[in-house]
Write a protein that binds this ligand. Structure first.
Ligand SMILES: Cc1cc2nc3c(=O)[nH]c(=O)nc-3n(C[C@H](O)[C@H](O)[C@H](O)COP(=O)(O)OP(=O)(O)OC[C@H]3O[C@@H](n4cnc5c(N)ncnc54)[C@H](O)[C@@H]3O)c2cc1C
Length: 461
């Protein structure tokens, strides 16, 4: 059995940079990957979706250009070409990740599936055949998450799509039904509607984006409906079956009323669950919550000393930047003797619909639930000079501020480049810059961020 100073399981957004840093720091390091280097973000998540969303936006802008006095006739969507472009970007990102691993001295990569057999011992089912047993002083689990497939009658008899397989389609679906009205479902819904599919979104809650404030969810619903996307709420999905022409028949109930929807394709986007079920965690005595997420302390160490979990597998907000930040905490603590924790780190995120929803900190509902003394600033994008000039007036800017300290507690920027404008407010939150200073701060005119002046003008003293 070979022994290492450190073993990283999963070459995802935390695993790869961490393994490189450990090896560069003189630790004999092994990284184990069961599929391909780069994990979800590069291969199945952020990179390919955002590349394809750019194509969908181009199609939409071409169709809407007449409003700006530019007439474009006959907009054609070439899905094979869109896929080719996406594949090229993914390949190049993955290639540089692979190269980074190969070129790091003291770092070995093994392709295979790792399973714990003891506390600090793993057996790897090698992809090339056979198995190897390895052990280490430190083990880092970065095995990510996978698509949840709900138990619904008839679903296993349907050739449904996941967020990964939908990006391999070469033909635009005639009618795409999407199970799940959250971030992933909405990004794909708008993307395929812009490619030319009829899209129907089925959501079990009474509105989309149930974690966001109601005004934000309403505005998102409005702009998706403006693009002719059908959104059904309060949906219970009862059954799937195929008709004799091969159409997918989805039987649903909405508040007791039964309906059937016939579609050519079905995307399942109801959530993601941690990849821990095949990891043999019980053999190592590593504790999980009831959903299978690995339990960690605020330095990301599990209940077993020297075993850490990073990224989606540990639960909480599942984003690439969280996974990457986890890596920076762990490596700085272990290799540089620092004392960083996950406590109180702000977690920004962005939904890449068009317009985007950039979010940071507390929502209005959360501020209410906490019983805070707060004020809310809102500004419709229709009042944002930059948006009027570019013809992008959908959405709104919203910020929650502490009424006493004047500090920003949270923001939701639903608008073009909402993620970038949100980041401006994130920096203000980190730096303790109060809203009354931003109100009179000088921003370049005419940028979207400039309207933060007007956003905070709406707060009455
Ligand atoms: C469609 C989609 C769009 C997304 N868009 C965004 C976005 O725009 N922005 C954003 O921040 N996030 C986005 N995400 C989420 C983001 O991709 C994840 O949060 C991020 O990739 C998590 O990284 P990770 O390091 O936890 O794990 P991953 O990147 O998932 O890596 C885990 C790796 O571990 C490997 N592995 C698992 N088990 C084993 C084992 N037993 N042995 C060996 N290897 C194993 C897997 O094969 C995988 O390569 C999106 C996700 C999806 C699905």
């Amino acid at each position: 059995m070979r022994h290492f100073d450190a073993i990283v399981i999963g070459a995802g957004q935390a695993g790869t940079p961490l393994a490189k840093k450990l090896a560069e720091g003189g630790k004999k390091t092994l990284i184990i990957e069961k599929r391909i280097v780069g994990g979800t973000c590069i291969n199945d998540g952020c990179t390919p979706t955002k590349a394809m969303i750019a194509s969908a936006r181009a199609a939409h802008q071409a169709r809407s250009a007449a409003a700006l006095g530019v007439e474009v006739s006959d907009v054609k969507v070439n899905l094979p070409k869109i896929k080719q472009r996406k594949d090229k970007i993914v390949k190049s990102f993955r290639g540089s990740s692979e190269k980074g691993i190969e070129e790091t001295k003291g770092l070995e990569l093994i392709y295979g599936e790792a399973v714990f057999t003891e506390e600090k011992t793993l057996t790897i089912q090698l992809n090339k055949g056979g198995e190897e047993t390895v052990s280490a002083d430190w083990i880092f689990i970065n095995t990510g998450a996978k698509t949840v497939i709900p138990e619904i009658d008839g679903l296993d008899g349907i050739d449904y799509l996941s967020s990964t397989s939908i990006m391999e389609l070469e033909e635009v679906p005639e009618h795409l039904v999407i199970l799940g009205g959250n971030y992933i479902g909405l990004e794909f819904g708008q993307m395929f509607s812009r490619f030319g599919s009829k899209v129907t979104i089925l959501e079990k809650s009474s509105r989309l984006l149930s974690k966001e404030d109601e005004d934000i969810a309403e505005e998102v619903t409005k702009f998706l409906q403006d693009e002719k996307i059908d959104i059904l709420n309060d949906v219970t999905t009862d059954q799937f079956e195929l008709d004799d022409k091969g159409n997918i028949i989805t039987s649903i109930s909405i508040k007791g009323k039964k309906l059937q929807i016939s579609s050519s394709h079905l995307l399942v986007a109801v959530g993601r669950s941690p990849q821990t079920d095949q990891l043999g965690l019980q053999k190592a005595g590593i504790k999980t919550d009831d959903k299978g997420h690995i339990l960690v302390d605020d330095k990301l160490e599990t209940n077993i000393s020297g075993v850490y979990a990073l990224g989606d597998v540990k639960g909480g907000p599942a984003f690439t930047h969280v996974s990457y930040n986890d890596y920076t905490i762990v490596y700085r603590n272990l290799l540089e003797g620092a004392n960083y924790t996950t406590a109180d780190r702000p977690i920004p995120y962005c939904m890449f619909t068009d317009p985007q929803l950039g979010r940071i900190g507390l929502s209005e509902r959360e501020a209410k639930e906490k019983g805070l003394n707060f004020k809310v600033a809102t500004l419709p994008m229709a009042n944002v000079a930059r948006g009027i000039e570019t013809g992008e007036t959908k959405g709104l800017m919203k910020a929650i501020v502490d009424a006493d300290s004047k500090k920003i507690l949270g923001a939701a920027i639903l608008g073009t480049e909402g993620g970038e404008v949100m980041s401006v407010l994130q920096m203000a939150m980190i730096g303790g810059i109060t809203y009354d200073r931003i109100r009179y701060c000088i921003f370049a005119h005419p940028t979207f961020s400039e309207s933060l002046n007007n956003l905070f003008m709406t707060i009455e003293e």
